[in-house]
Write a protein that binds this ligand. Structure first.
Ligand code: FES
Length: 109
């Protein structure tokens, strides 16, 4: 059985949904599996669409690998404001340490 943690997805309006996230899935896959419509993920995780843009809290940023150059390039094309904590959720892998963390979704993808 795959191990799961709880992740929270929060919209800019403040609506929060809590979902079960499988460790090893990407945050994007977790969003799609749980009908989080704010994550579009047009390219299915191939790092060519930028429609899986999310904002992360400091506690999450602190425990995940930094974005590589390809992700940083794609982040230049995001539809909503790019912020220091912007990431593409297809490049962020769910880990046990992320249990209870909140993923913030932008209004536009
Ligand atoms: S799903 Fe397309 S870049 Fe993440």
């Amino acid at each position: 059985m795959s191990q799961e943690i709880v992740l929270h997805f929060k919209t800019e309006e403040g609506e929060t949904r809590s979902v079960d996230a499988v460790i090893g899935d990407s945050v994007m896959e977790t969003a799609i599996k749980n009908d989080i419509d704010e994550v579009v993920a047009e390219c299915g995780g191939s790092l060519i669409c930028s429609t899986c843009h999310v904002y992360l809290d400091d506690e999450t940023v602190a425990i995940i690998p930094e974005a590589d150059e390809a992700e940083l390039d794609m982040l230049e094309g995001v539809a909503s404001e790019r912020k220091p904590n912007s990431r593409l959720s297809c490049q962020v892998i769910v880990s046990e340490a992320m249990a209870g963390h909140t993923i913030h979704t932008p209004n536009d993808q």
